[in-house]
Ligand binder design. Sequence first.
Ligand code: ADP
Ligand code: ASP
Ligand code: MG
Length: 439
Amino acid sequence: MKVMKFGGTSVGKPERIHHISSLVTSQKEPTIVVLSALSGTTNALVEIIYNIAKGDRISAKQNIDKLEEHYHDFIKGLVKEPAFIQKANAIISEHFEFLNIILKISFSEALSKDILAQGELLSTKLFSTYLEEQSIDHILLPALEFMTIDYNDEPQIGSIKVKLTQLLGQYPNKKLFVTQGYICRNARGEVDNLKRGGSDYSASLIAAAINASVCEIWTDIDGMHNNDPRIVKKTRPVEQLSFDEAAELAYFGAKILHPASIWPAQQYNIQVKLLNTMQPEAKGTAIVEEAGSVGVKAVAAKDNIIAIRVKSSRMLLAYGFLRKVFEVFEKYRTSIDMVTTSEVAVSLTIDNATHLKEIQKELEPFGALEIDENQVIISVVGNEISQTANIVKKLFESIQNIPVRMVSYGGSPHNISLLVPAAYKTQILQQLNKGMFNL
Ligand code: ADP
Ligand code: ASP
Ligand code: MG
């Protein structure tokens, strides 16, 4: 059995849905298709939540109506027969009625998760309606019945496996299954999600849970590129990445993959393929156990980083200082990305400013604090790069003119990370493209 995940742009137009339905039906083995919401939908739902949270119900209503219109237009190109047009219209009405009801009740965090879930519920039901019109036999599997997260918001493959296996066991002769990416149920039984871009994570979790032959992530580009194509003009796809390399790139900002999407596949050694829906014949990127080659493969940038330097008074520099500093971050469930130390100070970075004020207050007794917001982590990723002297030389030569605030080297053999002010992001990515890749 295999998993094929299609992202927002891959389902964003009726003709793309027609196209992916022929892709999924031409598979030799049974397939679970994981779908994102149509492109733009989750952003629109975020905007609606923002309107409601602010108490601006007029704008919320306008945005709901605009989105509903988009869906009614969409199905005009999706299905043809009156019975299926009627069915698709009924699906849209059901979900937008729900959104309109929400407008009337008092707002809560849990309600916002219900709103966010509408995108994937709509895309999968509409896809299923199209498959039905084409007489393509399939089963719509409700992700909310098997995709769960625990009290720490962590998915547990073990329990997902039990529920999904049970569900699939009800359809022993079926070959095609369709389910929602992104959405899940939390430990309180409420509708929740795997965070923005989470459909990749859903696909990898499902692939791990069913021990899939492959987890294919179909998107709008032909694989992981050596640099961010949104910023740098000349980039090229990377043919093969190890799980470790791909996980570093995803975590450090390569938007093509959700930051946590690699570990489930890695844990169960399931190869992940990044493929282009618009160009299915392109090779894409294979993510497997082995790196395939030594050397730099790609660079990525992670935005909105805050650097914190704690300069200790001498007494506190004794053993235990770092533990005390780290405990503050643990207390506020704020993860640290980069760390560098000197004899008298420690610098570290976080990307979550939710508890910055409290963290700052608790760190103050340990020494002088310096906080720099608006930083970006640039990660240079490849196999054994930190052991190859020439790579480090080339790296620093190509960015000589850029003020580097921190360097993390040797933490992993596949990654060298640099912290620079966000204003230098484009420049550093461009210079690295020339210096490291000759592009
Ligand atoms: P989907 O909707 O299919 O999940 P995303 O927009 O989440 O697609 O991810 C694909 C996009 O990621 C690409 O269109 C590209 O602009 C962006 N991207 C950023 N960094 C990279 C990279 N290193 N390689 C490929 N794509 C990247
Ligand atoms: N629809 C969700 C988002 O836009 C999940 C995804 O596309 O992966 O974040
Ligand atoms: Mg995505």
